[in-house]
Design a protein around this ligand. Structure first.
Ligand code: HSE
Length: 438
């Protein structure tokens, strides 16, 4: 092989940066046989110089400032593993301006600033690789962008945050409350010291936003995503869901509808018999429905040094193979040709369609169920299943749990407004959404 190497500048030597360096070094020969040229890290940048020295062992220059690395090194591509949207955004925009390709694991940056970054890269004729930004080691970007390219994608739904999936698995397995399991997740190193983005659903929303763009050929619209995390989820609802044959997962969902696209993250009941309902612990999985292929399911590790490095390096191999190809001969960053992107509206959550789980605290009196079912029927909402717990000894109130068939969220909100007016219903109902993936 005579082609010159792909010259890589690696910015950020944290977990993923370290993993990328290690895997590229360990599998250099195997990767070169695939790529047709060597992939060489010719410079690294990290504020922690000692860590950088320990990793690179004198094999390449080390910079404290990634922008200095960019200015002083002859690079084909920068790998941005710094994170955040401040410095990382300036660095990525500077790399694009200098005509460097970019590979990044930074889902927050692309979801929030993608409408600026992708067109800037296109105008400069450089690629943005972001396989590592969604579901870690699972090659879901490549699958959506290339493997499923014949399909009209109907929807994508994923367990795309390992921290929250670990927490939900532990809550179900051990019957523990959210707060206790969160502390355990932090102790084990799954959850960050500040786990807000994970538990509030923001990280999953970044990822489903990127998948909505490549599934439907629309711009990234993170600012319009509906986001609910798992902080208010109660163990009792996990138990009732189980009695009804369902598991609760934090899903990122994007779905094509007649007048727009649904884009949402929330705890979701899924029938326990579905494969995706059985994805436990910190694992990720993404379910895609295409009109030709039907359902496809992708499973694997969504985080960690080498799984995420696997995705970073896959992007580097793509670049190495097509290093001298003009931008119009490359696979488009967002799967669709830039001129063919369509500005599809994101539907307000009230216009989305799901089944619902309702837990109502009711007085143990005759006619209660009739009142509730009438309120639902008046809204055209059909009941799929229900359970009524026997009142505990000495209690005159009990729980009624209902599952409905699919309806418009707006109709469900109206029905709930009628239900809470009933004198037999006590307190606020608990509502959760249901997806059957039938
Ligand atoms: N914090 C993420 C998770 C991993 O828990 O899945 C990186 O996106």
């Amino acid at each position: 092989m005579t082609a010159g190497p792909l010259r890589v500048g690696l910015a950020g030597l944290g977990t993923v940066g370290g993993g990328t360096y290690t895997v590229l070094t360990r599998n250099a020969q195997e990767i070169r046989r695939r790529a047709g040229r060597a992939i060489e890290i010719v410079a690294v940048a990290d504020l922690d110089q000692e860590k950088a020295k320990a990793l690179t062992q004198g094999r390449c220059p080390i910079f404290a400032d990634a922008r200095e690395m960019l200015a002083k090194t002859d690079l084909d591509v920068v790998v941005e593993l710094i994170g955040g949207y401040g410095f990382a955004k300036d660095f990525v925009m500077a790399a694009i301006a200098q005509g460097r390709h970019v590979v990044t694991a930074n889902k927050a940056l692309l979801a929030v600033h993608g409408r600026e970054i992708f067109p800037a890269a296109q105008a400069k004729g450089v690629s943005i690789g972001f396989e590592a930004a969604v579901a870690g080691g699972i090659p879901i970007i490549k699958s959506l962008r290339e493997g499923l390219t014949a399909n009209r994608i109907e929807w994508v739904a994923g367990i795309i945050n390992g921290t929250t999936n670990f927490i939900l698995s532990e809550m179900r397995d051990k019957g523990l409350p959210f707060d206790t399991v969160l502390k355990e997740a932090q102790r084990l190193g799954y959850a960050e010291a500040d786990p807000t983005f994970d538990i509030e659903g923001v990280d999953a929303a970044h990822k489903i936003t990127l998948m909505s763009a490549i599934a439907f050929g629309m711009p990234v619209k993170f600012d319009q995503a509906h986001i609910e995390g798992i902080t208010r989820l109660q163990s009792i609802d996990i138990r009732y869901a189980e009695q009804l044959g369902y598991r609760i997962k934090l899903l990122g969902i994007t779905k094509r509808q007649a007048h727009g696209v649904e884009l949402r993250v929330h705890p979701t009941l899924i029938p326990a018999k579905r494969l995706i309902a059985n994805v436990e612990g910190a694992m990720n999985a993404v379910l895609v429905k295409g009109d030709a292929v039907g359902h496809t399911l992708y499973y694997g590790k969504g985080a960690g040094a080498e799984p995420t490095a696997s995705a970073v390096i896959a992007d580097l191999v793509d670049l190495a193979r097509a290093l001298h190809a003009p931008i119009e001969d490359r696979v488009p960053a967002l799967a669709f040709q830039p001129a063919q992107m369509q500005d599809m509206p994101v539907l307000p959550v009230a216009e989305t369609q799901t089944g619902f789980y309702l837990r109502l605290r009711v007085k143990d009196q005759s006619g209660v169920l009739a009142d509730i079912t009438r309120a639902l029927a008046d809204g055209g909402i059909s009941i799929d299943a229900f359970i009524q717990r026997e009142p505990a000894e000495g209690e005159d109130e009990t729980d009624v749990i209902l599952l409905t068939h699919t309806c418009l969220e707006r109709e469900m909100r109206l029905a709930i407004a009628r239900i809470v007016q009933l004198s037999t219903v006590v307190g606020e109902p608990v509502t959760l959404r249901v997806e059957t993936f039938a």
